[in-house]
Design a protein around this ligand. Sequence first.
Ligand code: ZN
Length: 321
Amino acid sequence: MAGISWFQECATVKPFSLSLCIALCGIPGSFAIAQAGAPKPPMIPSGETRKLTTHTYAIEDKDTTPGVPNIGFVVGSRAVLVIDTGMGPRNGKTVAAEAQKLAPGHQIYLVTTHVHPEHDLGAEAFPPQTKMIRSVDQEKDIAQYGLSMANTFIARSTTNAELLTGANFRTADIHFDKSYDLDLGGVAVRILAMGPNHTRGDTAIWVPAERVLFSGDVAMKGLPSFASPDSSVKQWLASLQTFASLKPSIVVPSHGPIGDMSYITGYQSLLTTVRDRTTALKRQGKSLEEVTSTLTAELKPKYVDSNRLAGAIRTAYAEAS
Ligand SMILES: [Zn+2]
């Protein structure tokens, strides 16, 4: 039942709860502000796919537009893997068309970095022969939370409502537990289930020959968003350790500019500090509210997006003993 109240809390947009909602849902503050004016519609652009390495491509959203993920493609000689769909079928159709332009006649495989609406709910618009790959943890997220996050998004704007009304999760053709290896023809990829970080069903996609990591929300330029009751600092640090051991040259996060190892080391440094300071302050008998205000004040000069710090501290506080 905890999951239901979590999303109800997120759906209540009022001044007091707004920063909490932003922290939980992973929606940057500019989204809430944009609601008062004309929000930029969360559309994936056509014709802006960029080559990264021999076999990898991305549609990059450098500006971190609310509701717009980065889209990834890995193109082999017989098949193409698409990473994330955009919000709703209209965006999904754009992304599928980009995949078909990159790899005409190839088998399409589709994986999503997690099941939030702008990453996953365009999947139904992909051609029927597309093979959808899902981790067991993603299927658990879908079974437990269903379309509650989509309904929260729909309530926020008429554009979201137009994009998401009637959208549903695409059923998986391929299921995996911890990892799944896929040969696309001349290029191999490994899809990893990362455990409960941003969501329980976070995945990452690793292209070893070209050292490209599609990291989802697990390593980005913006601060980490602890968006699920299952989120864990301990697990997030373990996931970052896994990423670091891969030594990627290029890190394609699911939002914001494409980067490198510094996204991983940056999150390691932040989450280690949050864990250690929260534990120390809790042992001194400080309440969650006291720890949040102390630690936010300490970290604010370095990390502007302090809404998300509160979520990290709350999660670390629950884990500290
Ligand atoms: Zn998300």
